[in-house]
Design a protein around this ligand. Structure first.
Ligand code: 2P0
Length: 330
């Protein structure tokens, strides 16, 4: 066992949530958690997870606390086992996480959570990993977490290797390279009914649209890469809406159907289309939950926030700029 861990080595990390503009839904390897399609996301400044990892020689099992409550450590331990295997010891840890936003409600808490865990756990273990290695490690916890290692715009690759060694995310543009605003309209605070990991397996097994979803991913990714490289906001926004609705068509044609929207979700979509009719370039995206995220240019974020706040059923509106990659706080 590494002697440096004897005294309860600790690290604290912060990782920000991310929103995919070209979505990940489906896996090519469930055991290694390798996505079946690539994805492109933006990392959000305003939504983040802080995670402290402390090695504890006295514990028989990992302990996982989230927002002050003890939680099931199974998924967290899977990532920790990979870290332990790398440093060659068996010491258990206490993981303590806090989110500054609702957990498990379609705001990508698993993305920020597993990215923060990857950075904090490797930090506490004394490992110095590259962003690519951290992204691969975070992916084993949650596919979307691979992208939260990076700030700004990030692309996740499916890779082709059987062991997932080329399935990682890398940065396309930094947060300051193209300032874009994201407004999050929260329409429900509870946890969603079907989590993404289960939902995507059901879509792959039952939706007649799944093969088309896989076949059309490369084209969406290449168009999104081009829109980002050209800083073409209208193209980015239109493609984000198209790809989001395509994913929800896949979800809706899953048996039983994955219907993540509520009435306020739909009302918010119409409000965004109304903004566009009034000349404000604003575009929506929705993940596996009822929240609506709206992309706009920074100069329009105030009108977007004010409009969404008036939508019946919208409980809270949060504005965000693009944020940094996962990093150590201590
Ligand atoms: C995404 N989502 O690209 C898509 C869009 C939700 C809808 O990635 O099974 O929690 O842990 O790899 O990362 C949510 O999926 O799934 C997700 P796992 P994850 O953001």
């Amino acid at each position: 066992m590494d002697e440096t861990l004897g005294g309860g080595a600790t690290a604290v990390a912060r990782a920000h949530s991310n929103i995919a503009l070209v979505k990940y839904w489906g896996k090519r390897d469930a055991a290694l958690n390798i996505p079946a399609v690539g994805s492109i996301s933006v990392t959000l400044e305003a939504l983040y997870t802080d995670t402290r990892v402390t090695f504890r020689p006295d514990l028989a099992h990992d302990e996982f606390w989230i927002d002050g409550s003890r939680s099931d450590a199974t998924r967290v331990s899977r990532v920790l086992d990979l870290v332990r295997a790398r440093v060659g010891h068996e010491q258990r840890v206490v993981v303590s996480s806090t989110n500054n936003f609702p957990t498990g409600a379609g705001l990508a808490s698993s993305a920020s959570g597993f990215a923060a865990l990857a950075v904090a756990a490797t930090g506490a273990a004394g490992l110095e990993l590259t962003d690519r290695e951290l992204s691969i490690l975070a992916r084993r916890g949650s596919g979307s977490a691979a992208r939260s290692i990076l700030g700004g715009f990030a692309e996740m690759h499916t890779g082709v290797a059987a062991d997932g060694s080329d399935a990682y995310a890398e940065q396309l543009l930094g947060a300051a390279d193209w300032p874009v605003s994201v407004t999050v309209a929260i329409t429900e605070r509870g946890e969603k009914s079907i989590n993404s990991t289960v939902g995507m397996v059901e879509s792959a097994a039952t939706s007649p649209f799944y093969p088309t979803w896989l076949d059309s991913a490369a084209e969406d990714l290449s168009e999104m890469r081009a829109a980002i490289a050209a800083r073409d906001f209208a193209r980015l926004g239109q493609l984000s809406e198209y790809n989001c609705l395509k994913m929800h068509a896949l979800m809706l044609t899953t048996r039983p159907a994955l219907l993540y929207w509520n009435a306020a979700t739909v009302a918010a979509l119409h409000a965004v289309r109304g903004l566009r009719a009034d000349g404000v370039p604003a575009y929506f995206t929705i993940d596996a939950g009822p929240q609506v995220k709206v992309l706009s240019l920074p100069a329009d974020s105030a009108v977007v926030q004010a409009t969404l706040a008036l939508v019946p059923g919208v409980l809270e509106v949060r504005g965000s700029t693009l944020g940094p990659g996962a990093h150590r706080l201590a």
